[in-house]
Design a protein around this ligand. Structure first.
Ligand code: DLL
Length: 432
């Protein structure tokens, strides 16, 4: 089912007109209400009157996370504080968090877009949605919650963690959709397996997973363990939260709610806008947001855009799955690697469990990449020779596919810590 056929299946020209109108209105609002934007635009010599359509977006300034930090906590708000009904904050690991405000209309828009996303992910009002994303300042829990309610599905607001209880309630309540991070989904799948419950014996049919990068190989593992069809949902707190985009039944990219968030792909070095299909940094501009509209917000996420009409009937642009952020990229002795590339190589090997950790260190002047990976119980024999052979196999495969050498350490299943939220798979000790 398509939740909002008018907006999701609109003729592209008509969509561009709507986007243009909404952009003009937004630019005028931030110019008059947000000193940060007025100053930036004045410095660039532009005024709201210079924006006549969506194609003029390239005249506008970019916004970065640093800009939000410098205006902490309320400096970017475009409405009086009395209009704000909810605050969220992004999970910044360094420095101050970034604060995001929402008016009532913004929260309605959030629910609308998550309802669209759940429908795209083949959910219906007959589903029981177990929301195992964290509730709190993180947008995952409340975001999925409001969207599922808007759709009219039944919500089980269990939040993350407490896997035993997740499983009991899932079986007792008959949850048909699990919404959580892919890494937590994997953990739930493993716990089911340990209890002797096979994927097909659960009431689950769909997974709505996101908030962190995951590869197609990881998706296959999760689907097998949980006996479901897994969908990818994307978003970020600064723009809204989950539901900025989501896969449809075709799973060939994630449809963006582009009547609310205008996407662009730029070259992160030159800041030049790239063409459709090119891979680069994803940038979003709010065109309906009230509380805190952001112009050309640099996500750091790497993706590309596909404007072809999808076989599902939607015309909304699709973004490619995000396999990493420009700041996640590791440079190991001059070679660029994303952790997801290593994940892809690893998960193609049947001997391996989908749990790994990358540690980057500097020894003298050289970068050293260490990989800790779990090996399936049956392969973890006492035969040192066999383990040595497996170690060599992993090392050679990574070397041949990615061109980097890696020190491999094989560990027993369950050695690597499981997370209920976003997985942390890289420790870069060079940064200390
Ligand atoms: O992670 C919002 C969210 C919640 C999305 C639940 C999906 C599901 P933040 O904590 O602000 O918001 O983190 C945003 O997470 O810039 C990406 O780097 C990453 N991310 C989010 N979804 C995906 C995804 C939420 N499907 C940051 N694939 C984003 C890859 C993702 N990365």
């Amino acid at each position: 089912m398509i939740w909002n056929e008018t907006m999701e299946c609109m003729d592209r020209e008509q969509m561009a007109n709507i986007q243009g109108e909404r952009l003009k209105e937004t630019v005028s609002r931030v110019y008059h209400n947000v000193p940060f934007y007025r100053k930036k635009m004045q410095e660039m010599g532009i005024e709201p009157g210079d924006i006549n359509g969506i194609e003029d977006i390239t005249k506008l300034p970019f916004t970065t996370k640093q800009d939000l930090r410098e205006n902490y906590p309320y400096g970017m708000f475009a409405v009086p504080k009395s209009e704000i009904i909810r605050l969220h904050a992004s999970s910044g690991t360094t420095g101050k968090p970034t604060v995001i405000g929402h008016t009532r209309k913004d929260i309605d828009m959030f629910a609308e877009n998550v309802a669209r996303a759940i429908c795209a992910a083949e959910g219906t009002r007959d589903d029981i949605v177990q929301v195992a994303y964290g509730y709190g300042l993180f947008t995952g829990g409340l975001g999925l919650h409001c969207g599922a309610e808007k759709l009219g599905a039944t919500v089980v607001p269990i939040s993350g963690g407490n896997t035993e209880k997740q499983i009991t309630l899932m079986m007792d309540f008959g949850s048909t959709i699990l919404a959580c991070t892919p890494s937590y989904a994997l953990h739930v799948g493993e716990s089911l397996y340990e209890k002797g419950i096979k994927g097909n014996d659960t009431p689950l049919r769909i997974g709505i997973f996101g908030a962190e990068p995951w590869t197609d190989n990881m998706r296959a593992k999760i689907e097998e363990k949980l006996g479901i069809k897994a969908h990818n949902i994307y978003g970020l707190s600064e723009i809204m939260g989950p539901g900025v985009s989501c896969t449809c039944e075709k799973r060939d990219g994630m449809h963006i709610a582009e009547d609310h968030f205008y996407p662009e792909i730029i070259d992160p070095d030159t800041l030049k806008r790239l063409n459709a299909g090119d891979t680069g940094e994803l940038v979003f501009t709010h065109i309906t947001k009230e509380a805190m509209p952001l112009l050309r917000y640099r996500t750091r996420d790497i993706s590309s855009l596909n404007y072809d009409k999808c076989d599902c009937g939607r015309t909304n642009v699709r973004m490619a799955n995000v396999h990493g952020r420009s700041d996640d990229m590791l440079i190991i002795r001059g070679v660029n690697v994303f952790p997801s590339q290593i994940e892809n190589v690893l998960l193609e090997m049947s001997e391996i469990e989908p749990h790994y950790m990358l540690i980057v260190e500097r020894e003298g002047t050289l970068d050293v990449l260490r990989l800790m990976v779990e090996v399936q119980e049956q392969f973890f024999s006492d035969e040192i020779r066999e383990l040595e052979t497996l170690k060599k196999k992993i090392k050679n495969k990574i070397q041949s596919v990615l061109g980097i050498s890696v020190d491999v350490k094989l560990v027993e299943p369950k050695t690597i810590e499981r997370t209920e939220g976003k997985a942390k798979r890289v420790i870069d000790k060079r940064k200390n």
